[in-house]
Design a protein around this ligand. Sequence first.
Ligand SMILES: *Cc1c(COP(=O)(O)O)cnc(C)c1O
Length: 487
Amino acid sequence: MQFFSTRDYSRKVTSSEAIAQGLSGEGGLFVPESFPQVDVEALCSLEYPEMAAAILGQYLTDYDAGFLAQATAKTYGDAFGGKAGYLACVSDGVYALELWHGPTCAFKDYALQLMPRLLVEAKRNLGRTEKTLILVATSGDTGKAALDGYHDIPGIEIAVFYPTGGTSEIQRLQMATQEGENVAVYAVRGNFDDAQTGVKRVFADKEIAAKLAERNIRLSSANSINWGRLVPQIVYYFAAYAQLLHAGKIRLGDEVDFCVPTGNFGDILAGYYAKRMGLPVGRLVCASNKNNVLTDFLRTGAYTARREFYKTSSPSMDILVSSNLERLLCHVTGSDTEVASLMRQLSEQGSYTVRPETLAAIQETFACGYAEEDEVAAEIRARYEQDGYLCDTHTAVAFHVAARQKREGTPMVVLSTASPFKFPRSVLAALGHAAPENDFEAMRALEEATGRKAPASLAALRQKAERFNTVIDPADIARVALGEQMK
Ligand SMILES: *Cc1c(COP(=O)(O)O)cnc(C)c1O
């Protein structure tokens, strides 16, 4: 299996190169040249780690199969407490795919607990000995998941950039208290898009690359623009299907719809790959918060990033430039020049419009909707009071949209992307309780109000020392990459 750039099909690389490099040289994203067709029934008989190894093996063809088996066994065993890809029944025909049983309590652990192993092996496959410097822009959850995955991995350094005031206090502390000799964390003035644009600029800067090369350092990315981030996420769509099958809720071949709380369009795109590989996915429902740029796009074909930015209670979805949409456009249009032109319009004018045929093709698979802030809170309360199901703010966005897109007779799986205890103040307030200012007191109050236990890793943050408190401007990200001291 080869991978090519969305903006230049002549740039082909192996999976090891795609993972080691992250982004293609001219700014495009790597996509697989084809969609491998799989035996769904056979896959559904496998345990999560074996299923992951089988699916990864379809794409990472220059990796050793034994390595993949071992890496997935190590990643999805103990670290997920035996709950990798766990599907909970919420109400009749509605399910929650709980993706937050990993170490940092958000779905990003699925990719970022595995990525360090994939990267180290990619370098081995390629015979590379340089140091890898990973730059991560985060709206909250990616940063911690990446830090947890990459800390103290030999040959790798990681710097994380999050928007000041753009994360929950728990999310901020998860990052600021990170241990490890090879990690650094910076707050960036601005919003997530400012941080992401700053990081993308560094990746595109040939001068920086040359300076780093002199010191035997190479840049890489842990954001979902990296193929290594996407491929592990395909697995849990199969796992959800397998559980519905085993529970007798569906028969082999029946369609299942998925509703995904979406920011950078990575998680939902993994569902698109699952569908193209032969999993009977009906519709993929894209759920947005008040930053509903994707809802507008999926309805009209016009993508308009130049618009007001809202800070919401689901910060990991506060994104106006959804990077992975570029991959979908590539698969639907089949034209590198067309995608390159759309992306140029996006960076120069802040918007683009796809052709009507392109929109129609996308709408065959993708439905959409969004939730206002009061609807998110009402959804948290409704799910708890009516179904006894406690969910976080991001998942609530998806539940709200899922209810409006539910098709009679077709199961709806909502991707539950974070633990409710990661956003305790918002969840507590939604349940109608007075929320304390302090996140840890809110966590305890939420435990008392619901009788559920906060994940140990979150409760333990209170005792940890903060190591990082530097605030920088987006333009300083380049200086950080070059190793200049920031105060
Ligand atoms: C990152 C994140 C999302 C959005 O996922 P994308 O792949 O960026 O679309 C949704 N919910 C939570 C909790 C997240 O951390």
